[in-house]
Ligand binder design. Sequence first.
Ligand code: UT7
Length: 331
Amino acid sequence: MADNRRRAAFLGVGRYAPEKVLTNSDFEKMVDTTDEWIIERTGVRERRIASDKQAASDLAIPAALKALETAAVSPEELDLIILGTVTPDFFFPSTACIVQDKIGAKNAGALDTSVGCSAFIYDCNIASQFIENGRYERVLVIGVETLSKIMDFTDRNTCVLFGDGAGAAVLGPAKRDGGILATHMKADGSLGYLLEMPGGGSRQPPSHESLERRMHYIKMAGREVFKHAVRSMVEAGRYVLEEAGYEGEDVDLLIPHQANWRIMSSVADKLKIPHGKVFVNLDKYGNTSAASIPIALSEALEQGRIKAGDLVLNVAFGAGFTWAANLVRWE
Ligand code: UT7
């Protein structure tokens, strides 16, 4: 697949998860649920929860510093920071700007994206364009969520699913034939209402009424989202494989968005990727939305599940609806 195109590669990856753990048994005390139901229907066993004092940037910064350290890149070398989250510190300023200041990335632009669980892949795909066209040398991409702050701990349909965490990657020009080989990004806003936080924005500013109606929490039509998640992740995976001239069986590791083991296994089956080549850490973290792929990527590298030369397929689906993939020849 060698060609002369300049490609973007992952130079370093890092993650951070808050210390506090909530197990399924903890949820048994809060809502009408059971450990068995949660494991069987989702695959989640426990999740991390940010403390009252921790906002998104507090999780993002240690993940970013780890990614920079692994990449041997200093904050001053960064040209751009793209941070994906639906749980920013504030509406504005952006969480990316808070991170930019606190890590001392004096020469970088910074922006947040709101792409739900697809954010990290979208943001890496956007970053890759700036690197491919030679505009930038070093881009920091962060996926971070403090979903516990918007989880309705009285709603068993949603509260057992999510968790908090952060993951980050430094992207730069590939040195050899590897890097991001193909990218895909899609959206269908007509279905956005199936997964949303209805209150707090300009449509429904915070009010006594919005609080009483519990509008500042995640609302999800789980079964509908499930169907679309499988279909869209398969479409995205097929698209990048085909574009780069590969089949599912060529993939060394599939890193799917960690939302539900049943979704991941179904996507893998449809892409003809054996379950042994699917990376899963959902049991420890739950669904951490924008942070799910970079946390998984970081753990996969640490566990030696990715070696130089491996073909890694990242796929995600999230609020919007949005879905995305990229196919990476690891350097
Ligand atoms: O990250 C962005 C994308 N998000 C996703 O990809 C999530 C996609 N959706 C899912 O993962 C699954 O739909 C869920 C895990 C959310 C739900 O699983 P399901 O198998 O689709 O369950 P369901 O919503 O169809 O509900 C089945 C039953 C219902 O009871 P009835 O109406 O059959 O009596 C629910 O009330 O399970 C009940 N239920 C629960 N029972 C015990 C729902 N949540 C719970 C719970 N504990 N926590």
